[in-house]
Design a protein around this ligand. Structure first.
Ligand code: PDD
Length: 287
């Protein structure tokens, strides 16, 4: 069966799924998005993503495109029509279509809602993730509201491309104080040699990752120690392990920073254990 996308009230063949050229998401990056990991045909960490979506919309004063219940129905229907059991579900809401003007449209317009789903070969992505990834560091050059999940991702795009060109898979932004904020599409973590896990606090200018949040619960249940605070790339290089979290990465070990190995340069045991525990959580807690 061919792929289908949901666009403003209708399911259409993926190849014909389009928005208007004056959609404010397209012209001005005036929109927000969410990505759910899908396990066994279910949305993982569903509530966290819904809550963050509403918050992103409210912060930007974009109307909610539909109720929480209705949205859940459409999201599940998108999975069903695309036969996605293991994969990713993408949702984007823009302020809508209006004659180009930086300020909000004076006559109210309906927000645009687009949803797509894609399947992943979980065995292949697991094997790739479990091998670990390299990260590079780059100066933080994003705006001051990275807590809002907007589609304005140009710095993230350029950072990711730079990482790829240097043989890595992720870029860690480093702020003016020399502290890691987060990755281009993931949150950053280390495991200190004394067994304490460290990830940046959400008071900083970072996305409040849903995977990060759920993993903190998993960590608490496992009785592990964690500190929510900033760390430098230097501290990460001295660490026992490092890893990243996100709906795409789940929990992925980091094996090098700027080409320098972390510990023995192999994926860490803790990262792999947490990956397993997180996947177990995601498989059990989906809706
Ligand atoms: N990105 N930080 C940034 C900048 C992100 O873009 C993401 C997610 C995360 C992790 O958030 P979560 O655990 O809620 O997925 C952190 C998604 C996956 C993306 O852009 O595709």
């Amino acid at each position: 069966m061919s792929r289908q996308a949901y666009v403003n009230g209708q399911f259409v063949p993926h190849g014909q799924a389009v928005v208007h050229i004056e959609d404010r998401g397209y012209q001005l990056a005036d929109g927000v998005y969410e990505v759910w990991a899908v396990f066994g045909g279910k949305l993982s960490d569903a509530e966290g993503h819904f809550t963050r979506l509403w918050r992103s919309l409210d912060e930007l004063r974009i109307d909610h495109p539909m109720s929480r219940k209705a949205l859940e129905v459409v999201l599940k229907e998108t999975l069903r029509r695309n036969r996605v059991r293991e994969g990713l579900l993408y949702l984007q809401v823009s302020r809508g279509v209006a004659r180009r003007d930086h300020a909000f449209p004076t006559d109210p317009v309906a927000p645009s809602l687009v949803i797509t789903a894609k399947s992943l070969n979980r065995a292949a992505t697991n094997a790739k993730a479990e091998a670990g990834v390299g990260v590079i560091t780059l100066p933080e050059n994003r705006w001051g509201r990275c807590d809002i999940k907007t589609v304005g991702l140009l710095p993230n795009v350029l950072a990711k491309q730079a990482a790829r060109e240097q043989g890595g898979a992720e870029a860690w932004f480093v702020d003016a104080d020399g502290l890691v904020t987060e990755g281009a599409s993931s949150n950053a973590w280390i495991l200190r040699k004394d067994g304490v896990l460290v990830t940046r606090d959400t008071g900083a200018n970072i996305l409040r990752g849903i995977t990060r949040h759920s993993l903190l619960d998993v960590i608490a249940k496992a009785g592990l120690k964690v500190e929510e605070r900033a760390f430098t790339p230097g501290e990460a290089l001295e660490a026992q392990e490092a890893f990243i979290t996100g709906a795409g990465a789940l929990v992925t070990p980091v094996i090098s920073i700027d080409g320098k190995p972390i510990a023995n340069g192999h994926p860490g045991e803790m990262a792999l254990r947490l990956r397993g525990l997180y996947i177990q959580h995601a498989q059990n807690a989906g809706i």
